[in-house]
Design a binder for this molecule. Structure first.
Ligand SMILES: Cc1ncc(COP(=O)(O)O)c(C=O)c1O
Length: 415
């Protein structure tokens, strides 16, 4: 039976607020975090070099991934900056990445005076298309930065094989995909470095923070220096070796991180369970397409995407999203709301004054342009899926409400 949609003045399926990462309903902070935070405050030193929390957190996070080194910093953007900074690139060197990401993926590249080069994305995952990556390689390419978007791993076998053939470094942007698995391997452990964000919406959050993990001793050493004004603290007299920022995480964030890292497997497990419940219900709703996740892939379920099937439903993605939101289900159109090419700072090359550096740097390859027609998959990835916000607080009754709202929309919009 067709019911009047909430967007048209009907009664919404859900009137109670949904669990959200912005408060305790969708987060897991508790006594463990409080006790460690009190230890830091009671010690009188909140800086990482006076205490031991950040050091312990770095060890715990790296160990959870079976990796040797972890360098914790103030944000995911900072983590990606030091991963790129660790490569000691020349101005005009190029890093291939995705346009379907947060600006944090490319800010560090540009701050190194290197140039982000974009490959196209799979419209159904937003992840890099290997053939497009290969097509973008130039004599100046130094690294590939796959973004494991929305919890799902990028095609790492293909990306690693391209990198090996061309002698390139691979930096995995795992900001949205904590503990996601690709063919039995955790993301962040497959390339040369893995970078994470611990901002409020991420699976593991310390409010704001980030980390780089690696098994490469030389990259780890330079990344560590890169986060600390290139200050080798064990050397006398005091020296600063090259130009870098200060991205040091405080022991307050480290304390929360230690407690959170223990909870992370459980957090991701809960996201997987609730996603599996919704997947089972959506299967029976004609006109609502869901992601096809192959058996060798374990998503970390940062979000849950669906697509209105144009053969069955007479509705656009924006209309479907507006109607779903009106039913009380938090959601957005697109894996990211825009591509990186749509942001002013990229469109207008607003970087260092009016110079348009590094694109016009004399040391850069001339004529680098980002042509919209090169990224049809990315455009679809930001305009076609209706992406339901996800978190570990989502319970069985929440999942039932989401499914009921989808069912109501599918009935209302049926052709
Ligand atoms: C894919 C991706 N990369 C990088 C970042 C940057 O992380 P942060 O916001 O912690 O700087 C984010 C976070 O928003 C992200 O989602």
């Amino acid at each position: 039976m067709k019911m009047r949609l909430a967007v048209d003045g009907g009664k919404p399926v859900r009137t109670r607020s949904f669990p959200t990462h912005m408060n305790t309903s969708g987060r897991t902070y508790g006594q463990e975090e409080k006790e460690l935070l009190c230890q830091v405050v009671d010690s009188g030193c909140l800086n990482r070099f006076g205490g031991s929390m950040v050091l312990q957190f770095e060890r715990d996070f790296a160990a959870l991934h079976g990796m040797r080194y972890g360098i914790a910093v103030t944000s995911g953007t900072a983590a990606l900056h030091l991963a790129v900074g660790a490569l000691d690139l020349e101005p005009g060197d190029e890093v291939i990445t995705s346009t379907v990401s947060d600006p944090g993926s490319i800010i560090g590249v540009l701050l190194c005076n290197a140039i982000p080069i974009f490959a196209d994305s799979d419209p159904l995952t937003g992840n890099l298309l290997p053939e497009s990556v290969e097509a973008q390689i130039s004599p100046r390419t130094r690294a590939i930065m796959p973004v494991h978007l929305s919890g799902r791993p990028a095609p790492m076998d293909e990306i690693m094989s391209i990198a090996q053939r061309h002698g390139l470094i691979v930096i995995e942007d795992c900001a949205q995909a904590h503990l996601a698995e690709y063919k039995g391997k955790l993301v962040g452990t497959i390339g040369h470095m893995g970078a994470y964000s611990f901002q409020q919406s991420k699976q593991l959050s310390v409010g704001d923070g980030g980390i780089v993990i690696t098994n490469d001793a030389a990259l780890a050493q330079r990344a560590r220096l890169y986060a600390d004004k290139a200050w080798p603290r064990d050397q006398q007299p005091r020296d600063h070796l090259f130009l870098t920022p200060n991205y040091r995480m405080t022991d307050l964030q480290g304390a929360v991180g230690i407690a959170q890292v223990k909870k992370l497997p459980g957090i991701v497990q809960r996201r997987r369970e609730s996603a599996a419940w919704l997947a089972a219900l959506v299967k029976d709703i004609p006109g609502v397409i869901q992601a096809q996740v192959p058996a060798w892939e374990q998503s970390a379920w940062w979000t849950f995407p669906v697509w209105p099937d144009p053969d069955v439903l007479d509705v656009t993605a924006p209309r479907f999203q507006a109607a779903l939101a009106a039913e009380g289900i938090p959601c957005q159109v697109g894996f990211m709301v825009r591509t990186l090419l749509d942001y002013t700072f990229i469109k207008e090359r607003r970087t260092y004054g009016r110079s348009q550096c590094p694109w016009v740097c004399p040391m850069a390859r001339p004529g680098i342009a980002y042509r919209e027609d090169e990224y049809p998959g990315a455009r679809k990835a930001v305009t076609e899926p209706v992406v339901i916000h996800w978190n570990e607080g989502i319970a069985a009754d929440d999942v039932r409400d989401i499914a009921a709202a989808l069912e109501k929309l599918a009935t209302a919009f049926r052709r």
